[in-house]
Ligand binder design. Structure first.
Ligand code: ADP
Ligand code: MG
Length: 468
């Protein structure tokens, strides 16, 4: 029997609130100056008292609602006691027995719980002689989501984490940037050949989706090798070494009783059933709902749809263009111009903000011109390139640059006759039955007209002239 991988994730996300979890100090993840957003409460001075941030409680309940979880009726906060320089009180306020949210599901993964706690300070050990601690982050509202051990591959784990990031952003409860530490993933990993789970290791401090994937792959291989050599996996907490691209042992796993959890006597218990406005919050459209709506209304390919789901600004633009164009049948054409042509221009010119130069109105006009016979696809691409760099209305640009497609047979016939008189060989070949030769003549017509002639109309004119 093969080894089966089992993974459970613990994901922390800093919540978007005006103030910290238990005081009215600013919660500003962008603050670069150390130790400016601090006060006696979040610095853990004796004699201070915490006050629960309602906004943070609401955020976690909102997440619970979106996950289809059970929202707590009764909830309380607990003290998790340990000593470390980044934890000013000597304990972290968290939730132990009564999390705000239990159960639920996302991307096929069962959720165990989501609870609310406070973040620690940020330590830096860049200097060999001393460490620095920045307390701006101490006491920032932090949610922790724990999944059941039901994930079986690195890919599935990353997919879940991405889906959660998207959800948190849609709900507006967290910026959830992994690179900034606003979302932090810990992966618990074990392997087993039987139905009983193997011994797990926890890997911490994974600050990108890529490292989540690599750390899981590394751990799975390491566990299998240990077991194959007749050795045992030791349950422990491990870190990720980016230079060496490997995990390393940090400490043996502590047990819950090491933390001496107990309910925080300074905080009130919450009876949420008495706070209906907390439980009955309206949800915005969720990523899964948006996917379903896009499939139903637009039917664009999955890759394009995902671009719109992740990059909501782009998705909004796409929808706005179609609304102005007034015809959902143009969705695929519109999507092609956005996800391949516009995205291509953007890639080559990352400094240009296309939405500054191109309004949805002008883009819709371009799409309408391209969907009719006014612009060839070449002409539309050229027009778009100019709109991208300089702004402007597509019709004006196309007229100025002579890109409007010539469909009028009367306008083109003189050119067709001239080409016939100047290209005896292909003309003779065509007349002798070589059908393909007509494409050479059409090509000449496109060249002479600088791409502005409609190739279908040209072909028809050549056929007419040569079979006269
Ligand atoms: P602990 O008591 O060590 O904190 P928990 O039971 O609270 O362990 O689980 C913590 C995380 O580890 C959860 O995400 C859970 O799904 C996951 N997990 C538990 N057991 C295993 C296992 N054998 N293999 C992989 N993940 C596991
Ligand atoms: Mg646990």
């Amino acid at each position: 029997m093969e080894y089966k991988t089992t993974i459970g994730l613990e994901i922390h996300a800093e919540l978007r609130t005006n103030t910290k979890m238990f005081c009215n100090t600013k919660n500003d993840p962008e603050e670069k100056r150390p130790n400016v957003n601090i006060c006696p409460v979040c610095m853990g001075y004796p004699g201070t008292l915490p006050v629960i941030n309602k906004e943070a409680v609401k955020h976690v309940l909102k997440v619970g609602k979106a996950l289809g979880s059970r929202l707590a009726d009764f909830t309380e906060f607990d003290r998790k006691n340990y000593f470390y320089p980044d934890i000013p009180k000597g304990y972290q306020i968290t939730q132990y027995k009564y999390p705000l949210v239990s159960g639920g599901e996302l991307a096929g993964v069962k959720i165990t719980r989501v609870h609310l706690e406070e973040d620690t300070a940020r330590s830096s050990h860049e200097n060999a002689n001393y460490s620095l601690v920045d307390f701006n982050r101490a006491g920032v509202p932090l949610m922790e989501l724990v999944t059941e051990p039901v994930i079986h591959s690195a890919e599935e784990a990353v997919n879940f984490a991405r889906e959660l990031q998207l959800l948190l952003r849609y709900l507006g409860v967290s910026f959830a940037n992994m690179e900034k530490g606003e979302m932090r993933v810990e992966a618990n990993i074990s392997v087993s050949k039987t139905d009983t789970f193997g011994t797990k290791c926890e890997v911490k401090n994974l600050n990108s989706f890529k490292t989540v994937e690599k750390a899981i792959a590394y751990e799975v291989a390491r566990h299998i090798e240990l077991l194959e050599n007749g050795e045992k996996v030791i349950q422990e907490t491990r870190g990720w070494n980016e230079q060496k691209q490997e995990t390393f042992s940090q400490r043996s796993k502590e047990n819950a009783h090491d933390y001496r959890y107990f309910p925080d006597p300074d905080l009130p218990k919450l009876q949420l059933s008495e706070m209906p406005e907390f439980l009955n919050q309206d949800l915005p459209e969720l990523p899964s709902e948006k996917r379903a709506r896009f499939d139903k209304d637009y039917g664009v390919k999955e890759e394009d749809r995902e671009m719109y789901i992740v990059d909501t600004k782009l998705g909004d633009f796409f929808e706005e263009v179609l609304k102005i164009a007034g015809d959902n049948k143009l969705s695929i054409l519109t999507s092609n111009y956005i996800t391949s042509d516009l995205a291509g221009l953007q890639k080559g010119n990352p400094d240009i903000d296309p939405f500054k130069n191109i309004s949805a109105e002008n883009f819709a006009e371009l799409i309408k011109m391209a969907s009719g016979s006014e612009l060839s696809s070449r002409g539309a691409k050229d027009t778009l390139a100019i709109m991208f760099k300089e702004g402007g209305e597509p019709r004006k640009i196309a007229e100025e640059k002579g890109l409007i497609q010539k469909n009028d047979e009367g306008e083109l016939i003189a050119m067709v006759q001239k080409i016939i008189s100047e290209n005896e060989k292909p003309v003779a070949e065509y007349r002798a039955g070589k059908e393909a030769s007509i494409m050479f003549l059409v090509g000449q017509g496109m060249k002479v007209s600088k791409g502005s002639a409609n190739p279908q109309v040209l072909k028809k004119l050549f056929e007419n002239e040569l079979t006269k």
